[in-house]
Design a protein around this ligand. Structure first.
Ligand SMILES: Nc1ncnc2c1ncn2[C@@H]1O[C@H](COP(=O)(O)OP(=O)(O)OP(=O)(O)O)[C@@H](O)[C@H]1O
Ligand SMILES: [Mg+2]
Length: 277
């Protein structure tokens, strides 16, 4: 059963006794002037599980991910990664702490091949600061791809595309390159903001299977998606947001039926909602 959520205290599925959550949010808020994009969220994410966030457009899902990845400052609250406070850590340091993400819109470097784009993730993982300082000029230099790149390319079924440029790829394939770049970082926590937007059902099922396969590595994943069937097929646990707050959480199939969640979507069919974007 899903549960309606009190707005204070921590929430999330109980982990094994004594374990430290991979990520903990304590009363996190992000306000933009008068807009309370995120307004007091507390939750805990455990390793080896896939979490989902659903909610209507503008409910604060992307802002929550931006807050966790330090791309937007917190108005209040605390972020803990493996029990350590990170709300003052610079975004650029999070990769080294095992946090990777994909964005709601594709963000690949257009002048770099697929291999070089994915290599950026591997460089962040290895902490190759000299390489990162050289920036695109360094990335453009031919060099042997690291094993992390080959592994990420294989996992996302991008073999054969390594020498292509993003503009030569379908939108769905570009999104897979983004996921490959994130995987190449070898994260402990992977945040995916609408990774299957622009993909067909077959491609979505592949991403879902990929995410399920990564649970065995102990990876903690947080997925934002509007496709309710994908959420049910993929996630172990789902949080529902509306107006910056949690309104329900629990097993995916229960949460999507929750009256508060149904009301937040004003009776619109989930698929219709996804298509309207
Ligand atoms: N940089 C910003 N400045 C001002 N307002 C912002 C900013 N970013 C987001 N907002 C506002 O915060 C609210 C939450 O936006 P957010 O993008 O987090 O929603 P979302 O749940 O990801 O929506 P969608 O499903 O459409 O992606 C919206 O009202 C949005 O207009
Ligand atoms: Mg969003």
């Amino acid at each position: 059963m899903s549960t309606s959520v009190p707005q204070t205290g921590t929430s999330g599925p109980p982990g094994p006794a004594g374990t430290t959550p991979v990520l903990e949010l304590r009363d996190v808020a992000v306000h933009f002037g008068g807009v309370k994009a995120v307004d007091g969220i507390s939750l805990q994410l455990e390793s080896g599980l896939i979490y989902g966030i659903i909610g209507p457009n503008g409910s604060g899902k992307s802002t929550l991910i931006a807050a966790v990845t330090r791309l937007t400052p917190l108005t209040r609250g605390e972020l803990l990664l493996d029990g350590r406070p990170v709300h003052d850590v610079a975004a650029s340091r999070l990769a080294g702490l095992g946090v990777a993400r994909t964005f709601q819109t594709v963000r690949l470097l257009p002048d770099l091949t697929v291999r070089a784009n994915v290599q950026i993730g591997a460089d962040a993982r290895s902490g190759d600061e000299a390489q990162q300082r050289r920036g695109p000029a360094g990335w453009l230099r031919p060099r042997a791809a690291s094993p992390a790149v080959a592994e990420a390319v294989a996992r996302t079924r991008l073999e054969g595309f390594e020498d292509h440029y993003p503009s030569e790829l379908s939108y769905g394939t570009q999104r897979r390159v983004e996921i490959a770049r994130a995987i190449a970082m070898g994260p402990r926590l992977l945040l995916l903001d609408e990774p299957t937007a622009g993909m067909n059902q077959t491609e979505r099922a592949e991403i879902s299977a990929l995410m399920r396969s990564m649970r065995t590595d102990g990876l903690c994943q947080l997925l934002v998606e509007h496709d309710v069937q994908m959420m049910i097929d993929t996630c172990d646990y789902v949080f529902a947001m509306n107006s910056g707050r949690l309104i329900a959480q629990g097993a995916p199939a229960d949460v999507v039926q929750d009256p508060a969640v149904q009301e937040a979507y004003l009776g619109r069919k989930w698929r219709d909602h996804a298509r309207s974007e």
